[in-house]
Design a protein around this ligand. Structure first.
Ligand SMILES: [Zn+2]
Length: 309
C-alpha cells in the first residue's frame, strides 16, 4: 500500500446563492429540525415536478452529492491535496449542498436548482499552479457551473414551477417568482448582455480595482478587467459575501491562493534551509509563479472577509 501524505485541505464556497428574493416559512408546532427536514423534502419534491430540475436531481444522485439544510444556501467544496512517497500529487474534491432552512420550500427549490448547477460542475482545482484570478473570476461567472448558468437554471425551474397545474404553488408565490426572475427571463437570451450584467459593481467598483491591483496578472489583463466592469448598480450578489460576484470571486481567489501559498512557501523554505538541500518538486517550482506577492505579512487579502465559511 502506498503511503500518501496529506498536504493541504481547503474548504471553500463553490457558490453562494443570489441574494435576491427571500421569503420566510415554518411551522411553530414542530421542532426546528423537523420543520427543516419537511421543508427540504417538499423542496426536492417540487424540483422533481419540473423537467429540468428532475434532470439535475438525477445527476446529483448519480454523483452522490449530499443535500442538507443550512443557515444559507451554498455549495461547499472540500479540496484535498495529497502526495505519495514518490512525490506524486493527487487531488480530490468533496461537494456538499446546503439549503437555507428558513426559506419557503418553493424558494428552497429554486436555490437547490441553482446550487446543483455549481455542485454538478464544481470549480477548478484550487491547487493548480496555473490557476489565475482572471480564469477564476470568469469561470466562476460564465463557466459551466458558474453563477450565470446557475441563476439561469434557477429561473428556468421558476418558469417550470409556474407552469405546473394550479394549486401546486400559490398565485402569490408565482408572482414572487416572476418578480425574482423577470430580469433573467428578459436578458438571458442575449448571451453577451446576460454575461455582462454580472459585471455591474456599483459601490464596489473601486474595491474591485484596488484588489485587482494586488493580483499578479499582467498590466494588459488588468486594463481588460477595468474595461469589462461597470459602475452600474449590481444586478446579482453573493448571498454569503453580500458583494457582487466578480468581487466575491476575486476575494475568494486571493484567500485560497494565500492559504495554498503559505503552505507551499513554508515547505519550500524548510527544504531550502535544511542541511541537505532537497530539490523542489515540480509543484513547488510551478507554484512560485502563482504565489508571487502572496503570503507577505502586509498582504491585505489575508484579512479579506471572503466567502469561506
Ligand atoms: Zn451561485
Amino acid at each position: 500500500m502506498r503511503i500518501r501524505h496529506l498536504i493541504c485541505v481547503l474548504i471553500f464556497v463553490g457558490c453562494a446563492g443570489n441574494a435576491v428574493g427571500e421569503t420566510g416559512g415554518g411551522n411553530a408546532q414542530k421542532s426546528a429540525s423537523e420543520n427543516a427536514k419537511d421543508s427540504l423534502k417538499k423542496a426536492i419534491w417540487l424540483l422533481e415536478q419540473t423537467p429540468s430540475g428532475k434532470e439535475e436531481l438525477a445527476q446529483a444522485k448519480s454523483l452522490n452529492i449530499p443535500i442538507e439544510a443550512g443557515t444559507v444556501s451554498k455549495t461547499e467544496i472540500t479540496a484535498t491535496r495529497t502526495q505519495s512517497a514518490s512525490e506524486e500529487d493527487s487531488y480530490k474534491i468533496l461537494v456538499h449542498v446546503l439549503i437555507a432552512r428558513e426559506k419557503d420550500p418553493v424558494f428552497q427549490a429554486l436555490d437547490l436548482a441553482h446550487e446543483l448547477t455549481h455542485a454538478i460542475h464544481p470549480k477548478e482545482n484550487p491547487f493548480d499552479p496555473k490557476l489565475d484570478p482572471t480564469q477564476y473570476v470568469k469561470d466562476g461567472i460564465q463557466g459551466k457551473g458558474g453563477e450565470a448558468p446557475a441563476i439561469a437554471q434557477e429561473c428556468k425551474v421558476g418558469k417550470e414551477l409556474t407552469d405546473l397545474p394550479v394549486g401546486v404553488i400559490t398565485e402569490e408565490t408565482a408572482q414572487l417568482i416572476k418578480a425574482r426572475c423577470s430580469f433573467v427571463w428578459k436578458t438571458e437570451a442575449d448571451a453577451s448582455k446576460w454575461n455582462q450584467s454580472f459585471y455591474y459593481l456599483g459601490q464596489y467598483y473601486h474595491d474591485f480595482i484596488s484588489l485587482l491591483k494586488k493580483t499578479n496578472v499582467a498590466t494588459n489583463t488588468k486594463i481588460a478587467w477595468v474595461n469589462q466592469i461597470e459602475e452600474k448598480s449590481p444586478m446579482f450578489a453573493s448571498a454569503v459575501a453580500h458583494k457582487p460576484y466578480p468581487l466575491a470571486l476575486l476575494e475568494e481567489y486571493m484567500q485560497i491562493t494565500r492559504i495554498v501559498c503559505e503552505k507551499t512557501m513554508k515547505s519550500v523554505a524548510s527544504q531550502l534551509s535544511g542541511r541537505t538541500i532537497a530539490s523542489l518538486s515540480a509543484f513547488q517550482t510551478a507554484m512560485q509563479i502563482r504565489c508571487r506577492g502572496f503570503g507577505r505579512k502586509d498582504d491585505s487579502s489575508a484579512t479579506s472577509d471572503s466567502s469561506q465559511e
